[in-house]
Design a protein around this ligand. Structure first.
Ligand code: NAP
Length: 408
């Protein structure tokens, strides 16, 4: 029995107290081997029960701001649990143990990242009935994060705001009405229904984030958490926009801004999923080989060539840089379609919506490598380096995505 308890104790990884004494990351690691422990007559001693109970306790909260702090409980009482069923219940309940507080990036006012974005202790979000709580392993940042932080998003949530829409991580708690996932599932997704119209107050630049299960999909098995986190907002924007434009086999597509977070996926999805006949992308000359490796048939260096002076006309113009309604329309075929994600003109504007169905449709292409997660060579930043990550993203020169990992 001592050996069994010892192996059980190894399952519970405490990472030490925060500055205020709160447990920062007492995420319980439950492995499948634990579930196979034969324990029909197992009894747990008092010290083990005490240790389990301590998983849910928190001495933090002195610096809590923005939402009400609360203590958590593992749901493990002091009573003795016996038998394999009891062990399973114990593991299941203990796996839901989360800290009351975590250190998240947040801001209380609009402004530049260096002035307003801070790493602060705050309550872990409550989980609504249709939500799951995700232990965030990796997140990604998008231009909408800095546009929102500077006041561009008019339909905003209250302050403070934890930025971040993209995440990949592990489900650690399941709401009463959320049936899609179980504790331990590895998931990814865009956690706000719409980054502009319905932005969540508590985003993904935090160790834990709460999200409706309908917005999340199982992480493609062959992708790392970082790769998965780089995808949701960008690949959803790309795919939904192409679908709206009627992209299908035989169509010709011009991608204005092929090298960005969205553009790299427009090229891949148009070519490898929707089977466009020909994909042209604009980008800097030194990115030509890279864009061709994604599936672009032709790359136009927008610094030196004016594509409106070329004879080619396209069925679909996918604009990620904002010039679609002016220059792009000049090279559209009669009956063609322009979608722009960088204009406010409602005639052409396409806005992303969270959709696990689209991610699930794409998962096989991601798993077999037909579509690749594109992380900028300089674009992986630690959780402590979020300010530098925004500084880099805001240059507008990133190739693919900027990701934040690992997240403590
Ligand atoms: N409406 C929506 O739902 C939605 C969703 C996602 C994004 N967006 C918006 O769409 C825009 C693009 O997002 P993103 O994540 O792809 O941004 P991003 O990753 O920051 O885009 C950077 C890329 O844009 C390229 N680029 C810049 N100016 C260009 C130009 N004139 N011609 C061709 N390429 C150019 C750069 O390539 P070079 O280094 O070669 O210049 C760089 O690789 C942003 O304004 C974002 O807010 C909207």
């Amino acid at each position: 029995m001592a050996a069994a308890i010892s192996s059980m104790q190894k399952l519970y990884a405490l990472h030490g107290p925060s500055r205020s004494g709160a447990l920062i990351s007492p995420l319980v690691q439950v492995s499948s081997t634990a579930l196979s422990i034969q324990s029909s007559r197992l009894r747990f001693g008092a010290s083990f029960r005490t240790r389990l109970s301590s998983l849910g306790s928190s001495g933090g909260g002195s610096k809590l701001r923005g939402c009400v702090g609360r203590s958590t409980s593992t749901g493990v009482s002091g009573s003795t649990t016996s038998g394999e069923k009891g062990l399973r219940e114990l593991i299941s309940k203990a796996a839901m143990a989360v800290p009351a507080v975590h250190e998240a990036w947040l801001y209380y006012e609009y402004g530049p990242a260096k002035e307003v974005l801070k790493l602060e202790e705050i309550a872990v979000p409550e989980v609504k009935p249709d939500q799951v709580l995700v232990k965030v392993k990796a997140a990604a940042i998008n231009p909408v994060d800095y546009k929102r932080r500077t006041g561009y998003v008019t339909l905003n949530s209250p302050f403070p705001i934890v930025p971040g829409y993209d995440c990949a991580g592990v489900v650690v708690k399941v709401g009463d009405a959320a049936s899609k996932f179980k504790v331990g599932d590895e998931v990814y997704g865009m956690t706000s229904e719409s980054p502009v119209a319905h932005p969540k107050q508590w985003g993904t630049l935090a160790p834990y984030t709460a999200c409706e299960d309908k917005f999340l999909a199982l992480k493609p098995k062959n992708l790392s958490f970082e790769e998965a986190a780089s995808l949701p907002l960008a690949i959803l924007t790309a795919t939904e926009g192409l679908q709206k434009a009627g992209c299908e086999a035989g169509k010709t597509v011009l991608v204005l801004g092929g090298a960005g977070g969205v553009g790299t996926h427009v090229i891949q999805v148009a070519k490898h999923v929707l089977k466009a006949a020909h994909v042209t992308a604009t980008g800097s000359a030194h990115k030509t080989d890279f864009l061709k490796s994604l599936g672009a048939d032709e790359v136009i260096d927008y610094h030196t060539v004016d594509y409106t002076e070329k004879p080619e006309r396209y069925d679909i113009i996918y604009d990620t840089v904002g010039e679609g309604p002016t220059k792009g329309l000049k090279v559209m075929k009669d009956g063609g379609v322009l979608v722009s994600i960088a204009t406010r003109d409602p005639t052409y504007r396409h806005v992303v919506a969270a959709s696990s169905e689209v991610l699930e449709m794409l998962n096989p292409y991601l798993d077999n490598g037909a579509i690749k997660a594109i992380i900028d060579p300089k674009g992986k930043f630690k959780f402590s380096e979020v300010l530098q990550a925004f500084e880099y993203l805001e240059t507008g020169r990133a190739t693919g995505k900027v990701v934040i990992a690992p997240i403590a």
